[in-house]
Design a protein around this ligand. Structure first.
Ligand code: GLC
Ligand code: CA
Length: 563
């Protein structure tokens, strides 16, 4: 089972701009994080993943870095950072940085030089090409709408940006760029950080020659993610980074790798690959997308059978060969309870059920800020209340194409990244206790009901349930390392799986919907179910466990001894 600390850890993700504001300017900051370390320590998390805090003009909330070795002024100073790291370490907590190596900000000194002239020594730090037939060099579409190419009148060439035009892609074919990046990663490691989440790492290599992508409808741009995702050379570059830099430190690494299945993921995380510890997979994030080609905005209901197939495949393929990162939410996704649970009538039981699901799988569980108190999606009426560059670009593009406002806003309410970015709800003070000023993004109006202060006080809260789940994982090795097996694969409402390690078996029963289905398990499994480790309901009188009626969103976990 190859034990490692990062397999036994629980990660809590902080989106700093929305976590806690310490000085009333409406923007979360490092001192805000420091002031909440007690809260996080009580919850029991071991690792904190902090989204980018580097110097940035903030077109994409820090994912556009203008200086890798400085702190965003809104977030504080390097002294604040050093104190955060020290305070965490003295509590036995680890800090994972979020590092963007695919691109920088257009305000990074490298890019400023690069665009200044065609013969500048830094020209090749980025990807510049001449236009074609009076337009961009090819038809690839950006993740944030429109072409991946931006024309720069100064030298009459185009630069490539897979994300917004304020995020020019670095040229990883240039060895000088690679050296500079390695040096910078090393610099952070020497400071003592405990790991990295590598942003958009699957995209650092693009198809050679930048050919046009197949475009049956002849649209100006076309989604061509295969042209720049998970290409073979990404692995060479990661192995190089590993062998030259990462290998020398006892750290944790996770890559953001959309567009792959578990077999391909093994190329990143397989034992012996010398690349990453784990990757974030995206297959389950597309369960509610109408079709592969439609992108994320075109939303359809998801179904449990598909979720089971995807998760089971990842669990089975990676067992003993790699390691999973399990999550249902992050700063780019809708709130998990709104998306996979029921935030209207069953917010509390369904949030607990979903937490049971991710924490009982094999792999490292990731909690996104606010998930532990069941924070929900938000639905601002006007586009003026949204801040996310992806959302705003989408809105603009759809308006231009004449799509009715109502239809666009409905998609935004479901899928905007701002759903997860509304400020953390700490208490029932103004602005949810996040700030004494005007928050950069409006607080969800439900903070009077949903907030951390209430959750900490109430022993039945989602927060305490998370705490219990975390404690269980610390106590039982089988929850960390046990082999996963799916039961009842065809059941459309109940998700049941077991985890087995030596003579111990954990049985996880999850009712994913509000109906009250009856569950029947193979002989013996429920007649003597073992110790009930955790459940989101009071135990029922269990006279006949061969057949069990589940309550809405009920979750139960049993520990069984195999003889
Ligand atoms: C990743 C980040 C996202 C960001 C993008 C560009 O997908 O998670 O927030 O916008 O990369 O850096
Ligand atoms: Ca602040």
């Amino acid at each position: 089972m190859n034990p490692k600390w990062w397999k036994e850890s629980i990660v809590y993700q902080i989106y700093p701009i929305s976590f806690m504001d310490s000085n009333g300017d409406g923007v979360g900051d490092l001192r805000g994080i420091i002031s909440k370390l007690d809260y996080l320590q009580d919850l029991g998390v071991d690792v904190i993943w902090v989204c980018p805090i580097y110097k940035s003009p903030n077109h994409d909330n820090g994912y556009d870095i203008s200086d890798y070795c400085d702190i965003m002024k809104e977030f504080g100073t390097m002294d604040d950072f050093d104190r955060l790291l020290q305070d965490m370490h003295s509590r036995g907590m680890k800090l994972m940085m979020d590092l963007v190596l695919n691109h920088t900000s257009h305000q990074h000194a490298w890019f400023v030089e690069s665009r200044s002239s065609k013969d500048n020594p830094k020209r090749d730090f980025y990807i510049w090409r001449k236009g074609k037939n009076g337009g961009p060099p090819n038809n690839w579409e950006s993740y944030f709408s429109g072409s991946v190419w931006e024309h720069d009148p100064h030298t009459d060439e185009y630069y490539l940006h897979l994300y917004s035009k304020y995020q020019p892609d670095l040229n990883w074919e240039n060895p000088v760029v690679i050296d500079k990046l390695h040096e910078m990663v090393q610099w952070w490691l020497k400071k003592g950080v405990d790991g990295f989440r590598f942003d958009a790492i699957a995209h650092i290599v693009k198809t050679e020659g930048y050919p046009d992508a197949h475009n049956p409808h002849g649209t100006p741009t076309v989604r061509a993610y295969d042209m720049f995702s998970n290409l073979e050379d990404v692995h060479t570059l990661l192995q190089n980074l590993h062998d030259k830099v990462l290998y020398f430190y006892d750290i944790m690494t996770v890559g953001e790798t959309s567009g792959l299945g578990p077999e391909q993921a093994l190329d990143y995380v397989g034992d012996g690959r010398r690349e990453l510890n784990m990757t974030f997979q995206f297959e389950h994030m597309f369960l509610d997308a109408a079709s592969a080609g439609s992108g994320k905005w075109d939303v359809v209901p998801w179904n449990l059978i598909d979720l089971k197939k995807i998760i089971t495949n990842w669990q089975v393929v990676l067992h003993n060969r790699g390691w999973n990162a399990n999550y249902l939410c992050n700063h780019d996704q809708p709130r998990s309870v709104s998306r996979f649970g029921n935030d209207l009538f069953y917010r509390i039981p369904s949030a607990k059920m979903l937490a049971t699901f991710t924490h009982m799988l094999e792999g490292t569980p990731y909690i996104y800020q606010g998930e532990e108190i069941g924070m929900t999606n938000v639905a601002f009426e006007s586009i003026d209340n949204y801040r996310d560059v992806e959302t705003l670009n989408y809105y603009e593009e759809k308006r231009r194409n004449g799509v009715p406002e109502e239809q666009i806003m409905a998609a935004i309410h479901k899928k905007s990244r701002d759903n997860a970015r509304t400020p953390m709800q700490w208490n029932d003070d103004d602005e949810g206790g996040f700030t004494t000023g005007d928050p950069w993004l409006k607080v969800n109006s439900n903070y009077m009901e949903i907030n951390a202060a209430y959750a900490v006080k109430d022993p039945d809260s989602i927060y305490h349930y998370y705490k219990n789940l975390i404690a269980l994982r610390k106590k039982h090795k089988v929850i960390v390392y046990g082999e996963y097996e799916l039961l009842l694969p065809e059941d459309t409402e109940i998700y049941v799986y077991t985890r087995t390690l030596e003579d111990q078996r954990v049985l996880v029963i999850l009712n994913f919907f509000e109906r009250e289905p009856i569950i029947e398990l193979p002989q013996g499994m429920l007649t003597n179910p073992g110790e009930l480790l955790i459940s989101n309901y009071e135990p029922q009188k269990e006279e006949d466990l061969g057949r069990l009626k589940l309550r809405p969103y009920e979750a139960r976990v049993y520990l069984q001894r195999l003889i």
